[in-house]
Design a protein around this ligand. Structure first.
Ligand code: PRP
Ligand code: URA
Length: 209
């Protein structure tokens, strides 16, 4: 059964609150997205396997823990997911990065696919799909479908803000995928935007509106 984790850390709450504010500039928004990604990466990678390794400190020989070679792939959903990549790579510098291109049709609200390029060894990696918004869940579900079709097995989804509708839809479609959420909001509005949300994440990151 998938794990659903909503972060309640004060630092994350504070930064997400700043991101919600309509007066926050794109420059500030990008910086905050990077910081929140770093903080969330900590928890999202909590169960990466470790192994015992013998080393020598300046004082004595000792056995320490190191990562046991379970490699990570960070997969942003274009375009807003790109806002999380730098922060993730800061914490997991050896991760490979795949890209899934999807946008929501403004009329149907259904995801439209336009790009997919994933690491060749995706089947051997811990895959972390990142996107700031989980609204209807259509984009997240399609992204997980893409990754699974190409062999991905160990998949988590990480987002900034989620609507209950999106969480339910993703959990139902992919019960094996763990979901990490910085903040869970109230609902979707009639345009399938998250309320209170932060508006259009792609536009806020890239300043396109
Ligand atoms: C946004 C967001 C998600 C999607 C969420 O992307 O970044 O990918 O909407 O909505 P859903 O859960 O209802 O599918 P958008 O389609 O606006 O594309 P963009 O990132 O290129 O702006
Ligand atoms: N996509 C966004 O960028 N924001 C929302 O609130 C919903 C979908």
């Amino acid at each position: 059964m998938a794990k659903i984790m909503v972060f309640d850390h004060p630092l994350i709450q504070h930064k997400v609150s700043l991101m919600r504010d309509k007066n926050t500039t794109s420059k500030e928004f990008r910086h905050l997205a990077r910081e929140v990604a770093m903080l969330m990466a900590f928890e999202v990678t909590r169960d990466l396997p470790t192994m015992d390794v013998e080393i020598e400190t300046p004082i004595c020989k000792t056995t320490v823990k190191k990562l046991a070679g379970m490699d990570v792939a960070v997969v942003p959903i274009l375009r807003a997911g790109l806002g999380f990549v730098d922060g993730m790579l800061e914490i997991i510098p050896n991760a490979k990065v795949g890209h899934v291109g999807l946008y929501r049709d403004p009329e149907t609200k259904e995801p439209v696919e336009y790009y997919c390029k994933l690491p060749e060894d995706i089947d051997k990696r811990r895959v972390i799909i990142v996107d700031p918004m989980l609204a209807t869940g259509g984009s997240a579900i399609a992204a997980v479908d893409f990754v699974k079709k190409r062999g991905g097995k160990d998949i988590s989804f990480m987002c900034l803000i989620a609507a209950p509708e999106g969480i339910d839809a993703l959990e139902k479609a992919h019960p094996d995928v763990d979901i990490f959420i910085a903040a869970k909001d109230e609902k979707l509005n009639e345009n399938a935007y998250i309320v209170p949300g932060l508006g259009d994440a792609g536009d806020r990151i890239f300043g396109t509106k």
